[in-house]
Design a protein around this ligand. Structure first.
Ligand SMILES: [Zn+2]
Length: 206
């Protein structure tokens, strides 16, 4: 679900009402006292795919949603940081791994929940990692042993499938696509999404 609408004004603290502001085309929260219009926009989630010796680093989540499920390190971009900085920071927080970014890998839109996920390929600067406070475990998984039935989110599933396909075809590509819910089936199930707008671009690795 899209995050709950705010109910109080950012500017004066009075209650908001939901209405279409003059000259606009959709419902927004409008302050009943000062008329400030509260715009809500998608949030950006940034993360890394860290590979080494045919393996990828995954974290077992210690928080909801998807407690106990596996995912590469990722989290919400903070104000004031670049997406690369955010991906490096989230990787440190969740896996205590100090990484450098190699290249962008995927940008996936999730309009149903108002998110854009950007993931980078990365490598460790030093071999150390351990679970951060939001992870139960951090482990290397061989690409033949990805826990497909225990991944945290459909977006995780898709990103890993795309990377696995690139590896099998011995190529590096950048992908962009939309996880478009089919309006039926569980929104937690990867198979409930139409992925037909995927675009993949070869990248030259130097
Ligand atoms: Zn106000």
């Amino acid at each position: 679900m899209i995050d709950q609408d705010p109910i109080y004004c950012d500017q004066c603290g009075a209650s908001l009402t939901q209405k279409i502001p003059a000259g606009e085309d959709r419902i927004r929260g409008v302050c009943t006292a000062c008329d400030l219009v509260h715009y809500r926009n998608p949030r950006v989630v940034v993360g890394t795919l860290i590979e080494h010796d045919e393996k990828i680093l995954l974290c077992k989540r210690a928080i909801e949603p998807a407690y106990g499920a596996w995912t590469p390190p990722a989290g919400f971009l903070e104000l004031g940081e670049s997406s690369v900085e955010g991906a490096v920071r989230e990787t440190w927080e969740e896996a205590k791994a100090n990484v450098e970014i190699i290249q962008p890998f995927v940008s996936i839109d999730l309009p149903r929940i108002g998110q854009i996920h950007v993931k980078y390929l990365a490598r460790m600067k030093e071999p150390h990692f351990e679970p951060g406070p939001e992870s139960l475990e951090v482990e290397w998984f061989h690409w033949n042993e990805i826990p497909w039935d225990h991944l945290a989110f459909p977006v995780t599933h898709w990103a890993l499938r795309l990377r696995q396909a690139d590896r099998e075809q011995n190529q590096d590509r950048f992908h962009r696509g939309t996880l478009k819910w089919k309006d039926k089936g569980s929104p937690l199930d990867f198979n409930s999404y139409d992925l037909s707008d995927l675009q993949s671009y070869p990248l030259k690795m130097d």
